[in-house]
Write a protein that binds this ligand. Structure first.
Ligand SMILES: O=C(CO)[C@H](O)[C@H](O)COP(=O)(O)O
Ligand SMILES: [Fe+2]
Length: 215
């Protein structure tokens, strides 16, 4: 089953609570929250107090994508704020295994993100401990960027590893997902699609979410 996770990076930040409810009503399976620290990526977005406030506005699962240096310092705060999945970047992590365990201590899902230029080999040893892998299909930092097609091959290779080993791990993709690239990533083996601009700029969000699932 394909799940859609609208990224609130493309939402109107002056009314985030309403914007989340709009996509949840339109059929979002998860709410994707992009956390940027101005260090790992150039932008700064929001922190755990904002997530805690948004938690009061919906019961929908929060998929928190940490684009931050030293992610180990942020796990407890975002878990307490109400994250259901916490994803950190392998490129920012010195102690990957420890961070995964730290997330799991909160009884929530743990995921690792890989930039387009990062090899799957970096997560091989921790793969059995993960609930999800996020394969970035753009370089992180901004919404509305162009999909990088070379990641399709990486999605296929990860799908093969997961299926061969009978791991229960979701493959999420993030960046430049639209009606054309959604078809490509689903065929390659992704099952959770993040989409920001495609959903928030759509005239009919409900139709867009349903169309992105390629039903
Ligand atoms: O993590 C992200 C950027 O670093 C965002 O989730 C992503 O870019 C979504 O935006 P769009 O669908 O417009 O590309
Ligand atoms: Fe993201």
């Amino acid at each position: 089953m394909i799940k859609i996770a609208p990224s609130i990076l493309s939402a109107d930040f002056s009314k985030l609570g309403e914007e989340i409810n709009t996509v949840v009503t339109a059929g979002a399976d998860l709410v994707h929250i992009d956390v940027m620290d101005g260090q790992f990526v150039p932008n700064i977005t929001l922190g755990s107090p904002v997530v805690a406030a948004l938690r009061k506005t919906t019961k929908a699962p929060f998929d928190v994508h940490l684009m931050v240096e030293n992610p180990e310092n942020q796990i407890d705060a975002f878990a307490k704020a109400g994250a259901d999945i916490i994803t950190f970047h392998v490129e920012a992590a010195k102690h990957m295994h420890r961070i995964v365990q730290r997330i799991k201590e909160h009884n929530i899902k743990a995921a690792i993100a890989l930039n387009p230029g990062t090899s799957l080999a970096f997560i091989e040893e921790v793969l059995p401990d993960l609930d999800m892998v996020l394969l970035m299909t753009v370089n992180p930092g901004f919404g509305g960027q162009k999909f990088i097609p070379s990641v399709l091959d990486k999605i296929e290779r990860l799908r093969d590893i997961i299926d061969t080993n009978e791991f229960n791990i979701d493959i999420e993709v993030d960046g430049g997902i639209n009606l054309i690239t959604a078809k490509q990533v689903i065929e390659a083996g992704a099952n959770i699609l993040v989409a920001g601009s495609a959903i928030y700029n759509a005239d009919d969000m409900k139709q867009m979410i349903s169309d992105l699932k390629q039903k």
